[in-house]
Design a protein around this ligand. Structure first.
Ligand SMILES: CC(C)(COP(=O)(O)OP(=O)(O)OC[C@H]1O[C@@H](n2cnc3c(N)ncnc32)[C@H](O)[C@@H]1OP(=O)(O)O)[C@@H](O)C(=O)NCCC(=O)NCCS
Length: 150
């Protein structure tokens, strides 16, 4: 059975392992991983501010295995009422079962309760799964990431 639970500092290692796997996958597939230092600061900020950090667990009779993660937080650079997301990650063998949607629903509910109004994140244009899954969860494309070699 898959269960989504609010993460605490006790889950720090689990959260970082899941985000390291996410970053590795995005980096190797799309050449677009983010700085782990930035990610670490973001998760730390989310936990310190009681913002939305959730882990998905595969609960079996004898063991509970972490299979997904999400973190949304309001940082000092955010607009009023806005949170930013550090990406959703689901272990490959658990994909296409609605786990990312469940994680986003939990994060959204927590953020609504805290009075936040919008969530903003980044999805690489080649990341079909990432883009399709946010679009199917009601996100809209509001801009383009632009880049130039200097
Ligand atoms: C993106 C990711 C989080 C989606 O997780 P997931 O649990 O498989 O997503 P869900 O099962 O909730 O998918 C919901 C919907 O998203 C869309 N979707 C998800 N994966 C898709 C894919 N590979 N191709 C096309 N559409 C996809 C579908 O519409 C899907 O609904 P359906 O299965 O009924 O067709 C997962 O693929 C992942 O961890 N990828 C690596 C990390 C990453 O890229 N994160 C996103 C950064 S923006």
């Amino acid at each position: 059975m898959i269960e989504i639970r609010r993460a605490t500092r006790d889950d720090w290692v689990t959260i970082m392992e899941l985000y390291t796997a996410a970053n590795h996958e995005i980096d190797t597939r799309y050449g677009r991983g983010v700085s782990m230092a930035l990610l670490t600061d973001g998760i730390e900020h989310a936990l310190s501010n009681d913002d939305a950090v959730f882990v998905a667990w595969d609960d079996q009779a004898l063991a509970s295995t972490p299979i997904g993660v999400i973190a949304w937080t309001h940082t000092p650079l955010c607009r009023e009422g806005q949170v930013v997301g550090f990406g959703t990650y689901v272990e490959p063998e658990f994909r296409r079962q609605g786990v990312a949607s469940m994680l986003r629903a939990c994060a959204a509910e927590h953020c609504r309760q805290k009075g936040y109004k919008t969530i903003e994140g980044i999805a690489g244009v080649a990341n079909v799964a990432g883009l399709q899954s946010v679009l199917s969860d009601g996100f809209a494309i509001v801009g383009y990431l632009v880049e130039k070699q200097l």
